[in-house]
Write a protein that binds this ligand. Structure first.
Ligand code: SF4
Length: 366
């Protein structure tokens, strides 16, 4: 399975996005986000760009030692060790999950590898072992050994090139109750936190312009935290699982505060439909997502929406369905939009005569 870095650069080539041709200081984060869309770990895409800008802005060329690499945004100890040892032959270690497993078995270390002190000790041990003449090859071979032979549950000890030096293997031969898989200690993963999210796909029709479909409101997430700087449909995080009425109340309040979209005052509801729910798993969060499609016509035209945008702390935009289909969206947002598309294939909400009739009946947000 390709790593998400590979997919990112593959998409860059596919889009004929020439990173070198654009001045890096002006390269838009949005373009990186679009190529990264759906790959998860979005901070990495942002840091990649920020790090590249730092390197270009610096006067000392590309950093070639762990100490200077670690000053670059997004480069931690692991990446710095990998670049320094593989690209610049610096005799420094690289420690990832595979390396920890191999070292724990070679030395029969049963301590919890997630413990900070134990993790530091694995780095120290790896630093003692690294081959000063070929550090890059040594580090890669250790990682490869963990990925291919010394696997989590089915290590191939009989064909392992270091089995004669492996303490866990020799212990397992001496005592049948001991298995090499006892090393390192298995850590029970913390359960992800559960939360609930009500998503409202807000579609704005403009009947005067006789459009075949409306435009959708997208909100930019804050520049820090989960999914920083990415676009999503308007949504509200709920404290606990909530019924339809509670969810709609929360969404109504949000739409009023954020966009002045308020039934009876600034908009007429064309249709409002629950589209379903799904569970989305982030690294540490299990999120239940409720999805509804709200189609409105603004009483005063779209000017109401845009009137106060300059003063808003919220960044948002309206896009058509063509743009939505092609722009880079997170997998959860894409899932929401595919629910909208599926719904529309079954029942169109285009501003045809029946919808005009619906508008004239002036249904309001309940
Ligand atoms: S002998 Fe077995 S446990 Fe030891 S390093 Fe090789 S594969 Fe891993």
């Amino acid at each position: 399975m390709p790593h998400h870095w590979d997919l990112f650069f593959f998409r860059g080539n596919e889009k004929k996005c020439d990173f070198a041709a654009k001045k890096i200081e002006f390269f838009p984060l949005q373009e990186v986000n679009e190529m990264w869309a759906g790959l998860g770990y979005y901070r990495r895409g942002r840091f990649l760009l920020e790090g590249a800008k730092m390197v270009v802005a610096g006067k000392d060329g590309f950093p070639n030692q762990v100490s200077s690499l670690m000053k670059v945004k997004g480069i931690g100890e692991y990446t710095a060790g990998a670049i320094a040892s593989i690209a610049f032959n610096e005799a420094v270690p690289v420690v990832d999950g595979n390396v920890i497993r191999v070292l724990a078995r070679l030395k029969a270390i049963s301590a919890n590898p997630k413990d900070r002190l134990t993790a530091r000790n694995f780095w120290k041990l790896a630093a003692q072992l690294v081959d000063p003449s070929r550090p890059g090859d040594f580090n890669q071979s250790l990682m490869e050994l963990g990925a291919t032979l010394c696997t989590v549950s089915k290590p191939s000890c009989s064909s392992c090139p270091v089995s004669s030096q492996c303490r866990a293997y020799s212990l397992s031969l001496e005592n049948r109750t001991i298995s090499v898989t006892n090393y390192p200690t298995k850590v029970v993963k913390a359960k992800p936190r559960c939360d609930f999210c009500s998503v409202c796909v807000l579609e704005i029709l403009n009947l005067e312009r006789n459009q075949s479909g409306g435009r959708f409101v997208l909100v930019k997430r804050p520049e820090e935290g989960l999914l920083a700087g990415l676009w999503e449909f308007p949504s509200v995080i709920l404290d606990k699982e909530a019924g339809l009425a509670t969810r709609r109340n929360a969404i109504n309040l949000y739409l009023k505060d954020a966009f002045q979209v308020e039934p009876k005052k600034t908009c007429t509801i064309v249709s409002r439909k629950e589209l379903g729910e799904f569970v989305h798993i982030f690294t540490r969060i299990r999120r239940k997502v409720y999805v509804e499609l709200l189609v409105v016509q603004l009483t005063g035209g779209t000017d109401i929406l845009f009137k106060d945008q300059a003063n808003d702390t919220l960044t948002w935009k309206c896009v058509g369905s063509d743009a939505l289909s092609t722009m880079g969206l997170t997998s959860a947002v894409r899932k929401v939009y595919s629910m909208v598309e599926a719904h529309k294939q079954g029942s169109s909400v285009a501003p045809d005569s029946s919808n005009r009739a619906a508008i004239s009946r002036k249904r309001r947000i309940s």
